[in-house]
Structure formats: structure tokens, C-alpha cells
Design a protein around this ligand. Structure first.
Ligand code: MN
Length: 364
């Protein structure tokens, strides 16, 4: 007897629902990364092609990280203030693990219907229809299959947006979430006209000098703890002001902390711009783990955040960076102990850090 694949079922349900929609509003999480922005743009173009009245909306008014500014279509995104007819539009959330990440509660409350498309394993399934594939490299990879099912013509523009999402969220195809399917989809997109060399240059090799200066500050403030397994760094508001970097310049910085030999967990703690008001200090932590045996999602969750097992984040109010680092040290020490991982340099083979790593989440 044929088994019903839940991913296939969800793909079909969302494909049918979207094709039948008259008006939609597509949004992604605040401070969008390449997957969030690329997914939003790709889906918008696809729906427009099918004759659906689609608009894109982003709750945050902070500048989009310089890495994604090349994406054609960003200028069409409505920022901050909601469009007049938002309460009549089906809300399509892409790359949002929970409804709060959308950043506008009014929008979520007023939506006549919510369709939720995402790859965060801890997604709260806040939609009426949920297409959540926890093991997928990116939301963009899920969208590729969705658009095929909707019989969308994947134009070079759509392909470029999808490719960017996949490239970035798969860690340039190096994370465990990069499956054979991820590579096949990327190959397909390149055959449709994606200039992967140009995208690589835009995303990774047009770093503003202000961001380089900011990363110097980050390495200056580096704390190594937990027997060399935790690397944590702090960026204060003054670091942003003095280097001329804006809040979006933190994009990707935490990955270079994880790259340090022996380090398994990286944490970047940075001041949020809401800080200057003189209220309680607000910090954002970006967390990365090099091994599936240590879940940073769990650590982030303890502070009200979330994400993936190996990439997560949280916002923290009312704690100093020193307090946050001691919390992280405690948590990482406990996680290392649970996983039976020794200090760096002791027993490298036992860490599994070079293992291929099979994600326990659902695959496409
Ligand atoms: Mn994503």
C-alpha cells in the first residue's frame, strides 16, 4: 500500500491554496537573511506570474544587510507601515519559525488566513496550512518544489532569488542540511541562468570596510571558555557607532567564531539599536554549533529564542554581556558533558565534529 508522505501532502495543499488565492501578503522574519529575502521575492514573482495579486511586506525598517541588497525586487517590499487592505489578504509567512518573528502582531491577528512555509524544526505551526520541512537546507529549497507543483515558470529572476537562499542557509553547501537534493536543485537553478559566480561575489566578497572594522572589534573581545569549546564575543553600541557599521553588519560574523580550531559553539552577543533610549539593555545573541550533538536551539530556547539545532538566536533584555556569557558557559559545559565531549585538543575524534551528520529532521 502506498504511504502518504506528509511533505508531499503539505506541498500539494499549499500549492492548491495559493493558486486559488485572490490577494496575498507575503512576509518573512525581521532582519531578513538571504533565505528569508530570497524566498519572499521568489514566491512573490511566482504568484504574480500566476495572476495572484501579491505584495511583499517587511515589519522592520532597519536597512537590509548589504549582502542581500543585490536581489532584484527588494525595492518593491513595503516596509514598516502596513498597506491599507492588509486585513483582506491571506498572510504567507516564509522562513518564520513562529508568528512573533514576523514582527507585527496586528498583521498576524488580522490575517483572514495564514499559510506558513518554513524549514525551522521548532516551527510552531502557526498557520492554517503549514509547509514545514525541518530537514531542508532552506526555505528556498522547499519553495523550488512548491513552484514546480504550481507549474510556475522558474524565470532567471526567480532562480536567482532561490539560489541565494539555498547558498546562504546551506553555508555555501557545507552544512549537514545540504543534501543531495540541495545540490540537484542548485544545479537546476544554475541551468536556468543563475550567475552563481556573480552571486558569490555579491554575498561574500563585497564586504564594506566598516564591517571589517566591526569584525576586528569582535575578535578583540573574544572569550574562549569551556575548555576551548565555546567562543563568545561582544559588540557594544559604541562599536557600531565608531566603526560606522549598522546593525545589519553582524550578518555572518558569528560563523568566523565557529571556525576557530577546537571551537564547537560560537556566540555573538550584540547590542540592539533599541538600546539608546536608556531603558533596560537589549542584546541579541546569535548561536552556532559545529555538531548536532550540541543543540544551540535548546540554549536559545532557555532565553525565549529558537531556531535550528546548529543555528539559533534569542533577544535578551536586562542582562549584561558578562551575565550572558556566564549563562552560555554553564549551558555549553552541561551540553558537552551530556554529549561526552572533552576539552579541545584532548580527544578530537570523539567529538564527531568532522562527521557527516545526518539531520534527524524531515528531508525533502
Ligand atoms: Mn532560512
Amino acid at each position: 500500500m502506498a504511504t502518504v508522505n506528509p511533505v508531499e501532502q503539505a506541498l500539494q495543499a499549499v500549492a492548491e491554496a495559493l493558486k486559488a488565492e485572490a490577494r496575498v501578503l507575503i512576509t518573512c522574519h525581521v532582519n531578513p537573511d538571504g533565505d528569508a529575502a530570497g524566498s519572499m521575492i521568489a514566491l512573490h514573482r511566482a504568484l504574480t506570474q500566476l495572476g495572484v495579486d501579491s505584495i511583499m511586506y517587511l515589519a522592520s525598517t532597519e536597512p537590509v544587510a548589504v549582502e542581500w541588497r543585490f536581489l532584484a525586487g527588494l525595492a518593491e517590499v513595503i516596509r514598516g507601515g502596513l498597506p491599507d487592505d492588509y486585513q483582506f489578504r491571506t498572510l504567507v509567512a516564509v522562513d518564520c519559525g513562529n508568528a512573533e518573528r514576523i514582527g507585527n502582531d496586528d498583521l498576524v491577528r488580522a490575517a483572514p488566513r495564514i499559510i506558513n512555509i518554513d524549514h525551522h524544526a521548532d516551527n510552531t505551526r502557526f498557520g492554517e496550512i503549514n509547509l514545514v520541512v525541518g530537514g531542508a537546507s532552506s526555505t528556498a529549497e522547499i519553495l523550488f518544489f512548491l513552484l514546480q507543483r504550481m507549474e510556475v515558470n522558474v524565470s532567471p529572476e526567480i532562480a536567482e532569488a532561490l539560489y541565494t537562499g539555498i547558498l546562504v542557509d546551506s553555508g555555501r553547501f557545507q552544512y549537514a542540511s545540504a543534501s543531495p537534493s540541495t545540490f540537484r536543485v542548485a544545479a537546476d537553478l544554475i541551468s536556468r541562468g543563475v550567475d552563481h559566480t556573480a552571486i558569490f561575489r555579491y554575498v561574500y566578497e563585497t564586504v564594506p570596510l566598516s564591517k571589517v572594522k566591526l569584525s576586528c572589534r569582535m575578535f578583540d573581545r573574544l572569550t574562549i571558555a569551556c575548555g576551548g569549546r565555546l567562543a563568545a564575543a561582544v559588540l557594544e553600541m559604541s562599536d557600531f557607532n565608531e566603526t560606522g557599521a549598522d546593525g545589519s553588519a553582524t550578518e555572518g560574523l558569528v560563523d568566523s567564531l565557529r571556525a576557530i580550531d577546537g571551537v564547537l559553539v560560537a556566540a555573538l552577543i550584540y547590542a540592539q539599536s533599541g538600546n539608546q533610549g536608556g531603558g533596560a539593555p537589549l542584546y541579541r545573541i546569535s548561536l552556532r554549533s559545529s555538531t548536532e550533538r550540541i543543540s544551540v536551539q535548546r540554549i536559545a530556547k532557555a532565553k525565549g529564542g529558537g531556531g535550528h539545532v546548529q543555528a539559533a538566536g534569542a533577544s535578551i533584555t536586562g542582562e549584561t554581556p558578562a551575565q550572558i556569557i556566564s549563562f552560555l558557559t554553564e549551558r555549553v559545559d552541561a551540553a558537552l558533558k551530556r554529549a561526552g565531549i572533552k576539552a579541545a585538543g584532548c580527544d578530537r575524534a570523539a567529538t564527531g565534529e568532522t562527521a557527516r551528520g545526518e539531520s534527524p529532521d524531515q528531508k525533502l
